[in-house]
Write a protein that binds this ligand. Structure first.
Ligand code: SF4
Length: 335
């Protein structure tokens, strides 16, 4: 198939073949664009991108890049975060309908109402939030620095933590903090990875390490299992997606069970080809992430769509919360 034939197909029919890759790279160069792909993207998009990584690492790459256009292959809040950190660059997302059930768990109005119930509380929001929610936030956090961010806040200060209840439970357990209120939001993908499934898979694979993302509903169960001795504690690793890649390169285990979105397996297998990586739940696939198809990426580069805009006043306030996150602990490992 020629490149021309590829681009003439509708977005749903595009085959990610060599002609598609060449055309994507040609258009990116023509547009002076850098292509960023989240770890949960389909393998072909990860492979054609200039950089792959977690949401915050990619936003920082976007801010440092010389390219005038950022094509963000991920979900909408991630592209917004890139725009917040790079207000003068053009930020495109191949399909603006790619949302996030976790980011949708709380909107700015709900957060304002919650703040009114707890005057003086410090608001800590996970990076999976809209720009409007970030603008109402004191400090953003990622899964790898959430504990450090909370520890940096004076002990007597009340904290509102949103939107992920599992990450909130993890932070409360680690810090032992009673005055941390957690919003009852969740990601439909991570919540679907549960404790019984993890226990069953761990029992069937007694030599495997367990890599668990703290947004997974199974994180509490994993620690519980480790405490009981059902799974040796040294086999359980609670990691951000960036931390998983570092651990993959270092592990001595021949097999690893991975509890997060299945797209992560592609980078893990590339990082450590000799290790057998298996999903705890192979149905844990984010339909929003998978809306960024090869055809949508091609259309984005050809037509300069869908452009991401953030109101400058909201972006300014949101930027403060994101910058404070960067100043505390290790911020390089969001989802
Ligand atoms: S996996 Fe969950 S948290 Fe991540 S983008 Fe999809 S819905 Fe949002």
């Amino acid at each position: 198939m020629t490149a021309t034939a590829s681009v003439e197909r509708t977005t749903h029919e595009v085959v990610p073949d060599a002609a598609w890759r060449d055309e994507v790279r040609r258009l990116a160069e023509q547009r002076n664009a850098v292509i960023l792909a989240h770890n949960y993207q389909v393998p072909e998009i990860q492979d054609v991108a200039d950089h792959t990584g977690d949401s915050l690492a990619l936003s920082r790459i976007a801010a440092e890049s010389d390219a005038s256009t950022i094509v963000f292959c991920g979900v909408h809040f991630m592209a917004e975060t890139a725009k917040i950190l790079s207000p003068h660059k053009t930020v495109l997302i191949p399909d603006a309908r790619a949302g996030c059930s976790l980011a949708d768990s709380i909107d700015a109005e709900q957060l304002r109402a919650w703040k009114a119930e707890h005057p003086g509380a410090v608001v800590v929001s996970y990076v999976n939030t809209t720009a409007e929610v970030k603008a109402e936030t004191d400090i953003c956090c990622t899964s790898s620095n959430a504990v450090d961010v909370v520890r940096a806040i004076p002990a007597e200060q009340e904290i509102l933590f949103c939107p992920d209840q599992f990450l909130g439970a993890h932070v409360r357990r680690e810090t032992g903090r009673e005055n941390l209120h957690v919003w009852a939001g969740e990601c439909h993908v991570h919540a679907g990875i549960n404790g019984p499934e993890l226990a069953e898979r761990a029992a069937a694979n007694p030599d495997a390490d367990l890599f668990i993302h703290p947004e997974c509903g199974c994180a509490t169960s994993a620690l519980y299992l480790a405490g009981e001795g059902t799974v040796p504690a040294e086999r359980v690793k609670i990691l951000s997606t960036g931390g998983m890649l570092t651990a993959a390169r270092a592990t001595r285990a021949r097999s690893v069970l991975v509890a997060t979105e299945v797209g992560m397996l592609h980078q893990l297998r590339k990082a450590a080809p000799d290790v057998d990586f298996r999903a705890v739940n192979d149905r844990a696939s984010c339909r929003f992430m998978k809306m960024i198809t090869p055809g949508a990426l091609l259309r984005s580069l050809r037509e300069g769509v869908d452009e991401v805009h953030v109101d400058p006043e909201i972006a300014e306030r949101a930027r403060g919360a994101v910058r404070r996150m960067i100043e505390i602990g290790n911020p390089g490992g969001g989802e």
